[in-house]
Write a protein that binds this ligand. Structure first.
Ligand code: AMP
Ligand code: ZN
Length: 490
């Protein structure tokens, strides 16, 4: 009997039975990166947490529309000065156009996530591709009295929102009266009526390069508005799951709820999910404090925190060993332990896959496999509990390493299940497969090298040059030496 999926909903603070709006379909939105610098390993953890959620939902049979945006405009370091535009600041630093910054770090983001075997979302919208929709929603909020224009910028009126019985602060459980009382005096002189009001649209100063025409003059959109527009455009005014890192709960997600309720008349999200933070040596990973490591530095070993390099699949395994709602600390010891565990698991999977199903092995384990399967499913159904799933997988590792026998049918089922949990659900890459495909690439290249040699022996220079040049275009350089021809792959 399949139990029901339960999700911890940050909005209610409770684990709830998951009922999608449309049976068997799930709409999920996850806040994507602000592409002004390389993603650090902490960012990767959050995206991997939701990759696991996505993989699990698919495994459970849901058809998932998974939207993860790219923030390529408008995410200021604070709500005020345009000098705090991350893209503009970084473009000055690197002497590149802001859109070159966006491109450079979007490419890096994709590359990193691919290395960790994250599946791409089904839609990946950009903020700059949805300026029109953001202007339209701002106009609607203005027309309905939820926003006001001030000196070419437009702000959301939090007090007005609350006056109408809507409840700003419901997600982060902040008391709005207190928020007002604490901050009113500090920021009373600015463009905003109240310091809690947030920008829907910001006026661009003459020097600000990232700008778009609007009914309020040239400007750029507010960060919170981007996510509201992109999520509801592709998933509907109300959709099933919204995810992001814990640190986005307030103000970002609080503002998304306010914009959705005020703009579309309903609370936008049914299940809010927040992934917990990655810490390194006990301290939160963050660019601003300097306590961070880039994924490639951990993979290559070029860093001062870890004594050796670690494979991407080992890092992924380490992350999966923690529940997404728990803080995860990485240290040299934790990584070494994860590597040991990973190798043990993968070794057992290999042994299992090599067990022959040709022979009949009658054995006593039939009921246990069903039970084991149920336990693995239950772990997934209980708010995506990856560490419990892994603990159950290790029970099976013990069995694989014992001499007990099972029937062919059970062995087949066990292979299918184990491979599905390890590769499809946990997303652990098979190092074996990678080295296999390296072997295959090597075989193909040797074949081409031999064909080129034959072509040269036949004085078919056109063919021999073609092989060399086209490989070069693919980043594979042939080198002719005394020992024959070798190649390097860049
Ligand atoms: P940003 O590009 O700054 O918007 O961040 C991208 C995502 O990474 C957000 O969902 C953040 O919540 C998340 N994030 C930032 N720092 C950490 C951390 N130390 N651990 C886990 N997630 C993080
Ligand atoms: Zn967002």
């Amino acid at each position: 009997m399949m139990n029901q999926l339960k999700i911890f909903n940050s909005l209610t603070g409770e684990k709830e039975i998951f009922k999608p709006l449309h049976e068997n379909n799930v709409g999920m939105y996850v806040c994507g990166p602000t592409v002004y610098s390389n993603v650090h390993l902490g960012n990767v953890r959050t995206f991997m947490s939701f990759d696991f959620v996505y993989r699990t939902l698919k495994f459970l049979g849901y058809k998932v529309r998974y939207v993860r945006n790219i923030t390529d405009a408008g995410h200021l370091t604070d709500d005020g000065d345009v000098n705090n535009d991350r893209f503009v600041k970084q473009s000055r630093l690197e002497k590149l156009e802001p859109m070159e910054i966006v491109q450079k770090y979007t490419v890096d983001f994709h590359k990193v996530l691919q290395i960790f075997n994250l599946l791409p979302p089904t839609i990946e919208p950009t903020a700059t591709g949805h300026i029109l929709e953001q202007i339209q929603l701002t106009e609607k909020l203005l027309a309905d009295g939820f926003a006001y224009e001030s000196n070419g910028s437009v702000y959301f009126d939090v007090l007005e929102y609350n006056k109408r019985g809507l409840n700003y602060g419901e997600l982060s459980r902040r008391n709005i009266e207190e928020l007002f009382a604490n901050t009113r005096d500090l920021d009373g002189q600015g463009e905003k009526r109240n310091p809690q009001d947030f920008a829907l649209w910001k006026k661009a100063s003459p020097a600000h390069i990232m700008r778009w025409a609007s009914p309020w003059g040239d400007g750029f959109p507010g960060w919170h508005l981007e996510c509201t527009v992109m999520s509801t455009k592709y998933l509907g005014n109300q959709f099933d799951i919204h995810g992001g890192g814990m640190d986005l709960k307030f103000p970002h997600h609080e503002c998304e709820i306010a914009q959705g309720k005020a703009g579309h008349g309903e609370s936008p999200v049914r299940y809010w999910m927040h992934a917990n933070m990655l810490t390194m040596n006990g301290q939160r990973m963050s660019k601003s404090t300097g306590n961070y490591i880039l994924p490639m530095q951990l993979i290559s070993g070029e860093n001062t925190f870890f004594e050796k390099p670690f494979a991407p699949a080992v890092i992924r395994f380490c992350f999966m060993q923690a529940h997404y709602r728990s803080v995860l600390d990485i240290s040299n010891e934790a990584m070494l332990a994860a590597e040991k565990g990973f190798n043990r698991l993968m070794e057992a999977v290999k042994t299992l896959n090599e067990m022959s199903t040709d022979l009949e092995h009658p054995g006593p384990l039939s009921y246990e496999i069903d039970q084991w399967k149920q336990k693995c499913y239950d772990a997934l159904l209980d708010d995506f509990n990856s560490p419990i799933l892994i603990a159950h997988l290790f029970e099976m590792v013990k069995w694989i390493n014992s001499d007990e026998k099972i029937s062919v049918g059970e062995l087949r089922e066990l292979k299918d299940l184990m491979n599905a949990f390890v590769y499809d659900v946990l997303g652990l890459q098979n190092e074996q497969q990678t080295s296999n495909s390296n072997d295959k690439l090597d075989g193909v290249l040797q074949l081409l090298i031999n064909m080129r040699m034959e072509a040269r022996a036949n004085r078919d220079w056109a063919l021999s040059d073609k092989i060399r040049d086209e490989l070069l275009a693919l980043g594979i350089q042939l080198k002719d030496g005394k020992e024959g021809t070798s190649y390097t792959v860049s």
